[in-house]
Design a protein around this ligand. Structure first.
Ligand code: PLP
Length: 408
């Protein structure tokens, strides 16, 4: 008899985006003439930078020719891309990361989801609330949690992000072994200072714990005092793995290219307390289960690190952040409290009512779609996430409608 992994049965069905779609469809049916503006989804809307497109085309032409054709490439990624990443994303900011510590992949979703398989099932795990749901669900699938009760999985330590701590969770009061952090955060848009991040690195060093640092939104950081990488913090190389993605930084959500950084000193322990370096283990996993990102995609990604590529990618970020400015200004004017939006494409608004009630109100009165915060964890209730990923015109129109509907 074929039996299933029963941990999958513990998973809560994710109704968030299908519920949103249903409510939007019902509203559209009753209001066929209303032009609905979607500021819900976390997907980019603008085309790839021209430098990436040019490199993409050239690489495809290379694939057409026997002399320049590429078959299987190195699983960890081509040297030209790994070297460009190490230099531009890390060394130029004083973070000591070398090309062979970069593992190129087809997404930070896969990497943040897969990394947990390197560790035993009886470790204590700390996961932020609210947060990107992949960290939670992949640990449920692996059997590291109990059942879902009262809005939470048993056996996990939830790191609560609330108004009181400005959505930067405090250190856990009990010992934990694996810590997920995500800054700038999805969904709150909250950022962490170097001093705050240092307390996490120090905690991990003291407790022989490991930090999984998801920096998928680092390119939206405008405040130069904020860390873009955890490796800007002293001592992080031994205790932190970092995840990055070109999805939001260069419009690659549909093109697929990301990477994980595993410094050579970064370690975990066997039951006897012997130290093992994670770099070799992750390399083994990566080579066994993954056959590399396609050559043209890696060429397109490398072009983002060229001089014109950097300028064009920054223009993309600036475009979305100008939208974030408009959203923040509208929230200020309407007197809504929020975090995010300054160094993040997400604005996390205190709706002062149930998340779904606020979602319905926004849709009914302004024809604007947001994401109810409750979909990202228990601490998200009462909040909505507004995304800056849309055109200037649509964002301006959405905010004008909100102002008209909500003021007075
Ligand atoms: N990490 C966070 C926090 C995200 O919000 C997302 C996507 O929305 C990802 C990772 C996934 O990125 P990728 O497109 O590289 O899989």
């Amino acid at each position: 008899m074929i039996t299933i992994n029963e941990h999958y049965l513990k998973l809560q069905a994710s109704y968030l985006f299908s519920d949103i779609a249903k409510r939007v469809a019902a509203f559209q049916k009753n209001n066929p003439d209303k032009d609905i503006i979607k500021l819900g989804i976390g997907d980019v809307t603008k085309g790839l930078p021209p430098a990436a497109i040019k490199a993409f085309h050239e690489a495809i032409d290379e694939m057409a020719n026997d002399a320049t054709f590429k078959g299987y490439g190195p699983e960890q990624g081509y040297e030209f891309l790994r070297a460009a990443i190490a230099e531009n994303d890390f060394r130029s900011r004083g973070a000591d990361i070398s090309a062979d510590e970069i593992f190129v992949s087809d997404g930070a979703k896969c990497d943040t989801g897969n990394i947990q398989e390197l560790f035993t099932n009886d470790i204590k795990i700390a996961i932020p609330d609210p947060v990107y749901p992949v960290y939670l669900d992949t640990n449920v699938m692996a059997g590291r949690t109990g059942f879902f009760e009262d809005g939470r999985y048993q056996g996990l330590v939830y790191l609560e992000g609330t108004k009181v701590n400005n959505f930067v969770p405090s250190l856990p009061t009990e010992d934990v072994d694996l810590i997920y952090l995500c800054f700038p955060n999805n969904p709150t848009g909250a950022t962490i200072s170097k001093d705050e991040l240092k307390t996490w690195v120090d905690y991990a060093r003291q407790h022989k714990a490991l930090i999984l640092f998801d920096a998928a939104y680092e390119s939206f950081i405008r405040d130069e005092s904020l860390p873009k990488s955890i490796y800007e913090i002293e001592g992080a190389r031994e205790v932190a793995i970092e995840f990055r993605s070109l999805s939001k930084s260069a419009g690659f959500t549909g093109t697929r290219c990301a990477f994980t950084v595993v410094p050579k000193e970064c370690a975990a322990y066997d039951r006897a307390g012997n130290k093992h370096f994670i770099h070799g283990l992750w390399n083994r996993r990566h080579c066994t289960k993954f056959n590399g990102v396609s050559y043209p995609v890696q060429r397109a990604a490398a072009a983002i690190y060229s001089e014109e590529g950097k300028v064009q990618a920054k223009a993309l970020i600036d475009y979305y952040m100008a939208n974030a400015d408009v959203i923040c200004a509208t929230m200020d004017q309407l007197g809504y409290e929020y975090v995010g939006g300054k160094n993040s494409p997400y604005i996390w608004v205190d709706g002062k009512m149930d998340s779904w009630a606020f979602f319905d109100r926004l849709l009914a009165t302004a024809g604007v779609v947001c994401t109810p915060g409750a979909g990202f964890g228990k601490c998200g209730n009462g909040y909505i996430r507004i995304s800056a990923f849309n055109s200037h015109e649509k964002v301006k129109e959405a905010m004008a409608r909100l102002s008209a509907a909500f003021s007075g």
